[in-house]
Ligand binder design. Sequence first.
Ligand code: ADP
Length: 237
Amino acid sequence: MEQAAIQFDRVGKVYSGNPEPALSSVSFEVRSGEFFCIVGPSGCGKSTVLNIIAGLDRATSGTVVAPKNVAMVFQTGALFPWLTVYENVAIGLKVIKTSEKKVAEECLKYIAMAGLADLAGKYPHELSGGQRQRVGLARALAVNPQVLLLDEPFSALDTATTEELHKDLYKIWQQTKKTVVMVSHSIEEAVSLADRIMLMKAGRIEQIFNIALSYPRREQEAAFIRHVQEIRSMFFK
Ligand code: ADP
């Protein structure tokens, strides 16, 4: 049995002023090194799960086990506009007070891994949307988190850019062996990348799907299409 990186046991979440629970009795585990995706209609509780894992929010009932050392990539990159690519990536490392030499080594390693080697001195406004998301990814990886959290990181990008980023994210995942939890609004994106996909509805888990396809995964393949259709039929049921 592989080790669990994250455990939710009958987790509930009620926001004050909102009578409908955001989460009701949510129980699942994410295995160490796994690529785990969460999909579901808007308002079903995906971000709430991610925020609880990140420690940005608290469950109101149940038990959560998650490492403290997690890093999040947000939808918009959430970069500091007055800092260069290098400085944006370095900022998390400086907070954890690593030596200057170590900061430089780690930053350049992850800047290169994210495909940004030629852009280290640029500012966010000089970058494309895809490049900005790469900076967010490099910044998250640079602190060497136990779990990498991705909150719809590609939702604002065009299809070609998203596909390139999928390939690179897959490579990075293989290289770093990180546990990844990604929220996505795209079933195709989830099937392209995930080991398992958790479908949520109205604050509950509808089903968890195993995606036992080899990589690289192609959207035209029959097995890929079958997975997408199976999830879609549950999504809209
Ligand atoms: P998703 O990410 O799937 O769109 P969320 O996790 O953001 O869903 O939200 C789940 C539910 O909790 C929704 O009904 C939403 O309106 C509610 N909710 C989220 N955040 C808050 C908040 N800060 N206060 C009150 N209700 C909230």
